[in-house]
Ligand binder design. Structure first.
Ligand SMILES: *Cc1c(COP(=O)(O)O)cnc(C)c1O
Length: 423
């Protein structure tokens, strides 16, 4: 039996209708921005394997750090114990996070980072004896697939089977160009009409919605409205964190600091699943009490796994090298040139760039759904050409590893241009 045949016998894949989907491609190795399948066909990983891998596949520097940690202390429970890798991660993050972030809580993935933030927002007011049970989120948001994260997410086919079983979430429009004022007004109204505990948002770029972008000034205004009304703000930087937007965090562009930040994806350079939620001292203090019931009774078995911490430390070191910062600027420059080249194409609705993130919306005759026919056609075309891109409906985006070469990038651009001609 081939790997693919064995796969279909045993495995259940994410976001997959197994009856109608194509068989998965078995990847056997990776290096830099490249992956090879079992037949040795080469692919350019133009989306950094779901946005987790900025420094390239099979990165030796991170692998060495992981090996060293694995053979020193692979894991120890974090309830009642601590260790140097966790403390070092905290110290390192404190130096690069917005200054008001003072406490960090470890978990395992982006969804759990969000789950923790939402639970903390709700319990913060419970601990203060105030009844606030509503969470505010953007339309078309994506915050993950566990229950509270899913409730905050606004992409309907992810959540439709569970309607009526969620925590209270009210949605406000994203302040994209021209919609800023509407967004501010709806937020004001929502806060007046509900007992709002927190506002969760993807800062500046909504990833899963198709790299939808909005301006830092608009976000600063939304945060200031929340602050005025004592609503906690949660920046979900799971996708945007660690250089993707051209700064270390998307919040670095914004003239307002959130109360909490969620991190995962690139945190460990795409090696070991790990996530972090960070908090202000003020949030932490609402749980600090002689009353044990005011504690945060949340944890995961692998909390602060030392091996994950070692991977995170090595990843942040890599991010901070001049070489990596130059790479980010280089990719951004390339993206902007490509954007200029294709945005006037008759089949292009619009193109946009922020940092290493690029997206283009292609004209389509029909209303395009997330996993619609144009998407399938595009996806297959890219795979056939040896480029891994996962369009969202009629939106094609690139989010490359920072180490992708100019030559590889040009091949990705050329393939997208061909795809635009083809559909
Ligand atoms: C991917 C993502 C998540 C969920 O992370 P998982 O690790 O897949 O659970 C949450 N928020 C944002 C913004 C994401 O992009």
């Amino acid at each position: 039996m081939t790997l693919t045949e064995k796969d279909s016998q045993y495995l259940w894949h994410p976001y997959t209708q197994h009856k109608t989907s194509q068989t998965p491609i078995a990847i056997s190795r990776g290096e830099g921005a490249l992956l090879w399948d079992e037949n040795n066909k080469e692919y350019i990983d133009a989306i950094a394997s779901w946005w987790v891998n900025p420094f390239g596949h099979s990165n030796k520097f991170i692998a060495d750090a992981i090996y060293k940690q694995l053979t020193t202390l692979e894991h120890v429970l974090f309830g009642g114990f601590t260790h140097e890798p966790a403390i070092k991660v905290a110290e390192k993050l404190m130096k690069i996070l917005p200054k008001n972030q003072q406490k960090i809580f470890f978990s395992d993935n982006g969804s759990t980072a969000v789950e923790v933030a939402i639970k903390v927002a709700l319990q913060y007011f419970f601990n203060k004896g105030e009844k606030r049970t509503t969470i505010i989120a953007f339309e078309n948001a994506f915050h993950g697939d566990t229950f509270a994260a899913m409730a905050a997410s606004g992409i309907s086919f992810y959540t439709q089977a569970f309607q009526g079983m969620f925590i209270d979430v009210v949605r406000i429009p994203v302040p994209v160009k021209g919609q800023e004022q509407v967004s501010f007004e709806v937020l004001e109204n929502v806060i007046q009409q509900n007992n709002c505990a927190g506002f969760i948002f993807e800062p500046l770029v909504q990833g899963a919605a198709g790299m939808v972008m909005y301006e830092p000034e608009a976000l600063a205004k939304l945060i200031s409205i929340c602050k005025k009304n004592n609503v906690l703000t949660i920046a979900d930087e799971v996708m945007t964190g660690f250089g993707k937007t051209g700064k270390t965090f998307a919040m670095d562009y914004v003239d307002a600091d959130p109360d909490m930040i969620c991190l995962s994806k690139a945190l460990t350079g795409g090696t070991i699943p790990m996530a972090i939620t960070t908090f202000t001292q003020e949030v932490f203090d609402a749980f600090y009490d002689d009353d044990i019931n005011k504690a945060l009774f949340h944890g995961h078995t692998f909390t602060a796994n030392p091996t994950g911490c070692a991977a995170a430390l090595a990843s942040i070191d890599l991010l901070q090298t001049d070489e990596m910062q130059t790479n980010i600027e280089r990719i951004n420059k390339n993206h902007l040139e490509f954007q200029k080249k294709i945005e006037s194409h008759p089949k292009v609705i619009t193109a946009r760039t922020l940092g290493v993130i690029f997206a283009v919306e292609i004209k389509s005759d029909s209303e395009e759904s997330y996993y619609g026919s144009m998407r399938t056609k595009l996806y297959n075309f890219f795979i056939d050409k040896g480029v891994i891109l996962r369009p969202v409906g009629n939106i094609v985006y690139i989010l490359p590893p920072y180490i992708m070469t100019d030559e590889q990038l040009q091949k990705v651009y050329k393939t997208i241009e061909e795809a635009i001609e083809m559909v």
